[in-house]
Design a protein around this ligand. Structure first.
Ligand code: GLU
Length: 574
């Protein structure tokens, strides 16, 4: 019964979604029907059909999930250039079937050695407007993705390294059709045209994007692929490519010249970390530890909203409770989380069962708590609250191979088209805007303030879920700025608490709070709950919520997968 009415609600949501879709920095490409893929051997879900095809090509040829993820990521750089690429960074979880171990890899960008706390303050000491800091060299961190892929390949790859470059190389040289979604984002972007290389690649002489379906040939990127295929990613961090990145970032004519140096690039190291796992909803849910807040925040939110298991996903009390959970989570996130290499992270304390029980008791059934305060932790340095704005871009891919290895990778150049600086056919990130622009608040240092060599706090939440039998049962992840946390927590609830299939889970109308207003997804059935939430004291906003979930779940002996209908991803399996 519950399932039946839920499906009706979804259908209704789709209908509404078609009707209104206004512009915003990272808009949806339209909610459609969610097709699921099903297979026994392997499965790949990525944000673009050509990237999914590349993963399948590698999996068919006997590659591991790591091999397939690398090939797909290189294709994404080309065909979804707004979201991720060699000029950015990411977080990757790898379930290694042979050792039955989960490994967590941090390929987050780092601040240059010369970075100072006041980096994003104006002459009067006020935080720069986000858009001003985002474009140009100032926010470019040392890219982490090439080194991340290299490390994951060395630990988990099987095919010959150059073969993993073949699908992307082919598309770079022969061209790929410009997709409707890329067209839309190119048309809406105000800054990318100012970069001469990007303008030549994506725009006509009159400043309009090239038409949908135009073959985009990116030879410069092809040369980079060829070089890295032959010589490895060291060539990215030292030598001509590194020199050109540095020159582009520091160019005096550019907006916001930056200070990245060749030494910064040469010093970059990806870091293997202990994954963060906890028992939730009868499963072991694992995510990324700091410097991403994703893993911890998803675990906190799932603890606070565990009782939603017995309720409808679109009932007013469910949305109320989930939003209140988000308030508590985001209050802690803003206070305590940052790069653990710089700040003592109270990860244990923030996941301590007694602490979580006390926090959860703050949720009242009938009234919103309004703005939540961070929990008080004894013996913890007192931090001010961070304030970093995020305009979402980013991508997530989920892959399982025939041996049971699994990848959950969230990868990003931060905002759509990153810093809008193109070097050799790829875009550089603006990831340093994920630092708090304010280095202190009311005299207290902000944990996530800018410091030399530090990694900015992320919300990326690649997730791997294990069943009672110890086997992988699901992979979840999404782009979406700090909303990632709510998207992922909601999708996990969808699978584990509401028994939805991946296709149903990715299509759930979004809602939640990041400790500000309660956000409801525009054009969906969630909007109807506005009056009921306002009666409980919520301040409600209705917004586009362009998640990009890539979900895989084991159902019986099959893998079932689905890509988010809000973007143009696909799922394929055999
Ligand atoms: N820069 C964000 C982060 O690392 C991701 C942005 C996005 O998802 O669009 O959390």
């Amino acid at each position: 019964m519950m399932r039946h009415s839920f499906l009706l609600l979804l259908l209704f949501a789709f209908g509404l979604a078609q009707a209104e879709r206004p512009a915003q920095p990272e808009t949806a490409s339209g909610i459609g029907v969610v097709k699921e893929a099903r297979g026994r051997l392997f499965m790949a879900v990525t944000a673009h059909p050509l990237a999914t095809d590349a993963a399948v090509e590698i999996l068919r040829a006997g590659g591991t999930a790591a091999d397939a993820a690398i090939a797909a990521q290189l294709v994404l750089n080309l065909v979804e250039p707004q979201s991720s690429g060699l000029g950015g960074g990411g977080f990757l979880l790898y379930h290694d079937a042979r050792t039955n171990r989960l490994r967590a890899y941090d390929g987050r960008e780092t601040a240059p050695a010369s970075a100072q706390r006041g980096r994003f303050l104006d002459a009067e000491g006020k935080p720069l407007p986000f858009q001003e800091a985002m474009v140009g060299g100032l926010a470019v961190g040392v890219p982490g993705l090439p080194a991340l892929l290299d490390l994951v390949y060395r630990n988990h790859g099987r095919m010959l390294w150059p073969k993993l470059f073949a699908p992307a190389l082919r598309l770079a040289v022969e061209g790929f059709p410009l997709s409707p979604r890329l067209y839309k984002l190119l048309a809406e972007d105000r800054y990318l045209r100012d970069d001469a290389a990007a303008r030549r690649l994506y725009y006509e002489a009159d400043g309009k994007p090239k038409a949908v379906g135009t073959k985009i040939v990116n030879r410069e990127f092809g040369f980079v692929l060829l070089a890295l295929a032959q010589h490895g990613t060291k060539l990215f961090y030292e030598g001509p490519i590194a020199r050109d990145i540095v020159a582009a970032v520091r160019a005096p004519h550019a907006k916001n010249p930056g200070d990245l140096s060749e030494a910064d690039l040469a010093a970059y190291k990806p870091i293997e970390r202990e994954p963060l796992c906890g028992e939730r909803l009868g499963h072991r849910v694992c995510g990324m530890p700091p410097p991403s807040s994703g893993g911890l925040a998803v675990l906190q939110t799932l603890t606070f909203s565990a009782e939603l298991a017995g309720r409808m996903p679109l009932a007013a009390e469910s949305v109320h409770h989930f939003a209140e959970s988000g308030r508590l989570t985001f209050a802690d996130r803003a206070r305590y989380l940052a790069d653990p290499g710089f700040v003592d992270m109270p990860v244990r304390a923030l996941l301590d069962p007694a602490y979580l029980t006390a926090r959860k008791a703050l949720i009242r059934a009938e009234a919103s708590m309004g703005r939540a305060a961070a929990g008080e932790l004894p013996a913890q340095q007192s931090f001010g609250e961070e304030a970093s704005a995020e305009l979402p871009a980013t991508t997530h891919l989920s892959i399982v191979d025939a041996e049971g290895n699994a990848v959950s990778l969230t990868s990003s150049i931060e905002a759509a088209f990153g810093s809008r600086i193109m070097v050799h056919g790829f875009l550089l990130n603006n990831q340093l805007t994920d630092f708090s622009f304010r280095p202190e608040e009311e005299g207290r240092p902000v944990a996530n303030r800018v410091e030399a060599g530090k990694r900015p706090l992320s919300s990326m939440a690649p997730t791997v879920i294990y069943g009672r039998d110890g086997r992988v049962v699901a992979l979840v992840g999404s782009p979406g700025g700090s909303r990632i946390i709510n998207y992922v927590a909601q999708a996990v609830l969808g699978l584990l608490a509401w028994n939805l299939s991946p296709g149903e889970a990715v299509a759930l109308p979004h809602y939640g709070s990041r400790n500000g207003p309660t956000e409801l997804e525009r054009g969906t059935a969630a909007v109807q709950l506005r009056p009921a939430l306002e009666r409980r004291g919520h301040t409600v906003t209705v917004q586009d919520m362009t998640s990009g979930l890539s979900v895989i779940q084991r159902r019986g002996d099959d893998w079932v997968g689905a890509a988010d209908p809000r973007r143009e991803g696909t799922a394929r399996a055999e």
